[in-house]
Design a protein. Structure first.
Length: 317
């Protein structure tokens, strides 16, 4: 009888851990829409290499069907575990059930799914609502009671960060009647769409004269929007306040130049905690918490943005 069948933890048996550490791990990545995601990919590969794990990497090019196909292929190859950064929150039940049936533990990275928690081992990520709330509270303090019309660049429609960061920001500004979100549209987490959508916001809002602040669900969209604001003849960071999420090197460069005001950090090292959890689980069935939370730190222009840029610029962003 295989060792895994002798273990007593129900979940351990359910996911079929069979070795002291996963030797082969499949990683279904969303794509490369942002600097943050490029860094997550780089760090995951590095972390795997340091631990002697054979990482099978699949880039889904933003398509859920490609992620589902990749997971099925990982299952067919008999990998020891699967890392999944899910592009959207819904539609994962069947393929997660297939992984569970095959006794392969799945760890979610950076985004959540709406499936039953029993279908994955754990999720590593930030409190996405809290991130938005921190951004909203920063704006409340920054405008200090002045009237403020906000435009919002949302992330990928249907993704958990787009849903939760919107909810969180609204929560953060809830008590401030002086702040109003006047326009909100998706920029799909990309720099190009951030710029394009910001151009349309500027056009619709008196060339930008009627906009007090931009809230972007990630830094890349903010960087694209900064370009659009400059091309419209305005000063980002002064005429229009900019607050976003991720803390990638480029936003620190913009902050150092006075062209962005605040960002909330999301660590790209989701794989480290994920591999640690898998190692413990595979060694003796240690159940990780269902959610392994990473930190969400606020950075403003007062937090040495030039130094932060230097510290981060070679980290794979
Ligand atoms: O899920 C995390 C988000 O996805 C990051 O904030 C964004 O940059 C990425 O593409």
């Amino acid at each position: 009888m295989p060792m895994k069948k002798l273990l007593t933890s129900a979940a351990f048996i359910a996911f079929g851990a069979s070795a002291a550490m996963a030797q082969t791990v499949g990683f279904s990545q969303i794509g490369s829409e942002s600097g943050w995601r490029a860094a997550e990919t780089t760090l995951t590969k590095q972390q795997a290499e340091e631990r002697g794990i054979d990482l099978k990497f699949s880039d889904a090019q933003q398509k859920q069907e490609n992620q589902i196909a990749a997971i099925r292929s990982f299952i067919a190859q008999g990998v020891d575990a699967i890392l999944l950064a899910p592009v959207v929150a819904t539609g994962w039940d069947s393929v997660l059930e297939e992984a569970k049936e095959a006794e392969i533990p799945v760890v979610l990275l950076d985004r959540q799914v709406d499936s039953d928690k029993s279908l994955y081992l754990t999720a590593v990520g930030s409190d996405l609502v809290h991130e938005g709330e921190v951004a909203g509270q920063w704006l409340v303090d920054a405008v200090d009671g002045a009237e403020c019309r906000v435009v919002e660049l949302q992330g990928t429609t249907g993704s958990s960060p787009a849903i939760d960061r919107k909810t969180g920001f609204e929560k953060g500004i809830a008590g401030a009647d002086n702040i109003e979100i006047v326009r909100s549209q998706t920029g799909d987490f990309t720099r190009a769409q951030g710029k394009e959508v910001m151009e349309s916001f500027l056009q619709a809002e008196g060339g930008g004269a009627d906009i007090c602040a931009l809230y972007a669900h990630n830094d890349d969209m903010a960087v694209g929007a900064i370009q659009a604001i400059k091309e419209a003849g305005l000063k980002p960071g002064e005429d229009i306040l900019i607050v976003s999420i991720d803390a990638v090197p480029d936003i620190f460069q913009a902050m150092a130049a006075g062209e962005a005001n605040a960002t909330v950090e999301l660590t790209p090292n989701m794989a480290g905690p994920a591999f640690d959890a898998l190692k413990a689980y595979m060694a003796d069935g240690t159940e990780p918490a269902k959610f392994i939370q990473t930190e969400s730190k606020l950075y403003t222009q007062d937090d040495d943005p030039a130094g932060e840029y230097e510290r981060r610029k070679d980290l794979g962003y």
